[in-house]
Design a binder for this molecule. Structure first.
Ligand SMILES: CC(C)(COP(=O)(O)OP(=O)(O)OC[C@H]1O[C@@H](n2cnc3c(N)ncnc32)[C@H](O)[C@@H]1OP(=O)(O)O)[C@@H](O)C(=O)NCCC(=O)NCCS
Length: 124
């Protein structure tokens, strides 16, 4: 029996966040803003980082990028999307809803900006 598998790109998304803007929003709205958007698993990974705001902004950008990549097919809230890191530091995305897509993710951040790109793939 021949079993062929086709993987197709079905969506792409990119987003950029200004670090200072993220810091201002958190200074204004505090924990309630953070808890509306981020899950505890995500926060645990970065809470001791000396570049906490950069990494938080990068995760926000990543969530927005994922929404751009898949929202036409699946409406999602920011908190339904988890941005985590593998042991080697590479980011990956876990969705709380049972959606049959693989999301590829790339993140970068510097002092002023964080950028993320997401690609959604589906197996046929
Ligand atoms: C992994 C690497 C590409 C990260 O690049 P960087 O410029 O240091 O960092 P950036 O700000 O652009 O990106 C940071 C993000 O990269 C992602 N990242 C980390 N390790 C990664 C990996 N192994 N694969 C993919 N992405 C990775 C993470 O999402 C990280 O952000 P986070 O920790 O907040 O999740 C870099 O450290 C590396 O290993 N480069 C290889 C070349 C090299 O060794 N250069 C040094 C000698 S010149």
């Amino acid at each position: 029996m021949v079993c062929s598998l086709v993987v197709m790109v079905v969506g792409i998304g990119v987003d950029m966040v200004k670090i200072e803007k993220m810091k201002q929003v958190i200074d204004r709205w505090g924990r309630s803003f953070i808890d509306k958007i981020f899950n505890s698993e995500e926060l645990e990974m970065i809470h001791e980082s000396r570049i906490y705001y950069q990494r938080l902004a990068a995760r926000f950008a990543a969530k927005e990028a994922v929404i751009k990549a898949i929202s036409k097919r699946h409406p999602l809230a920011l908190k339904d999307i988890l941005i985590l890191n593998r042991e080697n530091g590479a980011p990956y995305c876990k969705l709380k809803k049972n959606i049959n897509l693989e999301i590829l993710l790339s993140i970068t951040h510097i002092k002023d900006y964080a950028v993320a790109t997401a690609v959604a793939q589906k197996e046929f």
